[in-house]
Design a protein around this ligand. Structure first.
Ligand code: NAP
Ligand code: MG
Length: 466
């Protein structure tokens, strides 16, 4: 195995740079260093840790342009989305820098009047974070920032296609003054992630495919530690009801299905359209898809750049041909469709029987499936076993409220795209899309903390507080 990982620009196939691969034996050493650093990091207290995160957020903001361009080139994300992602990373740091000031615990009186109960929240210890390439700065930050504020130290395994963005972020963390061992990274492929997952950890937070998430759970098998949280894939359905604003639905769904060439866990893949509006919606979507600009991700006008690499593109082109065979092709966007480029493709699957309703494709393809009854929506919602996000378009309040249970997903977007999340509300997939903890918001801190409950008898018989 080569001693270096080469990062390649998907749009051109040209190498952008390299990082040294972390030798397997060093993985355990980095985890041991994180353990040595953890006690002092925890001892600083939440306010100082929060301040350090605030500093990191300001550095991300300072270098936002450069980071966004690097990220866009490295993973082929259209520049506008890359800028938004970097902004989001800075915002998450700022948010958690504030939340850090609120950490502590709870005070209760006891049945025994001489006793006060103090329940303290303390860090679980050393956390490993394993992340995918498609949000190479926002996802790492939304895992790392709460871990650090909570008082954990972190060993991070970034995705191989995004190592340069990862290295840049690590340098900013150093500049922000994070002490040695508080945040470090291991660079390598799946085997490095596996090695990390088997090391001496207290917590393991993974985002990526359902397949690898399942492997991690199997590998941890009968072990009591580490605690594990998984954010996995999605086959996300947009349910368009008969009274929906179709202009809005068509614009949103096009962005959610084809933005960043469909490479988002929250991308819309299935469009469940009520029969009376299915033709008009298809027509509007067809016009939108034909107007999608495909090309260089560094060009501000581009909506769909390349997919992550040429090999993936070859697989996607044949996968799209395969699912198209059982459906009607409504539209294909113009532009390059060779190398790492795949033409955004809109299908109509009259009876929702093709694999597009049941398996995550993770590329620029979506299918309209007409529906007659609520049961049709329920069947499409459940067809993949995944339950990450859903969109519901309509205007009748009671109907939409009923749909919240029908869709059965961790996130529901009403009259807005299935993609896009705020960082201060809980986020987590249901079903095959994730387990066991939610991320983001104050909820996201829970994974990195444990309770120590203190029953404290005072000197006097009436010493309880409150
Ligand atoms: P992936 O192949 O599952 O990889 C995710 C991470 O795990 C990468 O760092 C990868 O390393 C590493 N890895 C691979 N095999 C491993 C193993 N056996 N043990 C430990 N680590 C291992 O996913 P991806 O291709 O990067 O990302 C796409 C997937 O992520 C899609 O399914 C998408 O839906 C999902 N996703 C989910 C969310 C969410 O929040 N629910 C968000 C974004 C993406 P290498 O890169 O070196 O292979
Ligand atoms: Mg992969």
């Amino acid at each position: 195995m080569s001693a270096e990982i080469v990062s390649t620009a998907p749009a051109t196939g040209e190498p952008l740079g390299t990082v040294p691969r972390t030798p397997a034996a060093n993985v355990d050493e980095l985890v041991a260093e994180a353990r040595r650093a953890q006690r002092d990091w925890a001892a600083r207290g939440a306010v100082q840790r929060a301040n350090a995160l605030g500093a990191l957020g300001r550095l991300i903001e300072r270098d936002a342009d450069e980071l966004a361009r690097l990220l866009a080139a490295e993973v082929g994300k259209p520049l506008g989305e890359a800028v938004a992602e970097v902004g989001r990373a800075a915002q998450i740091c700022a948010y958690l820098a504030g939340v850090g000031y609120e950490l502590g615990g709870i005070v209760r009186s006891s049945g025994d009047p001489a006793v006060t109960i103090l329940a303290r929240q303390v860090p679980v210890g050393v956390a490993a974070v394993i992340t995918p390439w498609n949000f190479p700065i926002a996802i790492p930050i939304w895992k790392i920032a709460p871990a650090l504020v909570a008082g954990c130290t972190v060993v991070w395994k970034p995705a191989s296609p995004a190592v340069l963005t990862a290295e840049r972020l690590l340098r900013l963390a150093e500049e922000a003054g994070l002490p040695d061992g508080v945040l470090s990274a291991v660079f390598g492929g799946g085997e490095t992630g596996q090695r990390l997952s088997e090391s001496d950890l207290d917590a393991l937070s993974f985002t990526g495919s359902t397949e690898v998430g399942g492997e991690l759970r199997r590998a941890l098998g009968g072990r009591v530690r580490p605690r594990l949280t998984l954010e996995l894939g999605g086959v996300n359905v947009a349910h368009v009801l008969a009274d929906a604003d179709l202009e809005r639905a068509a614009t949103d769904i096009t962005a959610a299905a084809f933005g960043y060439a469909g490479q988002k866990c929250t991308a819309t893949q299935v469009i469940a359209a009520a029969e009376p509006i299915a033709d008009e919606l298809s027509e509007r979507l067809r016009a939108e898809v034909e107007a999608i600009v495909v090309g260089d991700p560094l060009d501000r006008a581009v909506v769909a750049g390349p997919v992550i690499d040429e090999r993936t593109a070859t697989g996607l082109r044949s996968e799209i041909d395969r699912v198209s065979a059982g459906a009607e092709v409504l539209a294909r966007a113009n532009g390059p469709s060779d190398g790492a480029f795949v033409a955004p493709t809109l299908l109509r699957d009259a009876d929702g029987a093709s694999d597009i309703v049941s398996a995550e494709i993770f590329g620029p393809v979506a299918a309209v499936v007409p529906t007659r009854t609520e049961a049709d929506h329920e069947r499409l919602a459940g067809a993949s076993g995944m339950a990450l996000t859903a969109a519901v378009y309509g205007t009748d309040f009671d109907r939409i409220r009923a749909m919240l249970n029908v869709v059965g997903t961790g996130v529901v977007a009403v009259n807005r795209p299935s993609t896009g999340l705020d960082p201060h509300a809980p986020f987590g997939g249901w079903g095959q899309s994730g387990a066991d903890f939610s991320e983001q918001g104050t909820e996201g801190l829970r994974f990195y903390m444990k309770w120590q409950t203190v029953y404290w008898r005072g000197a006097s018989a009436q010493a309880h507080f409150p």
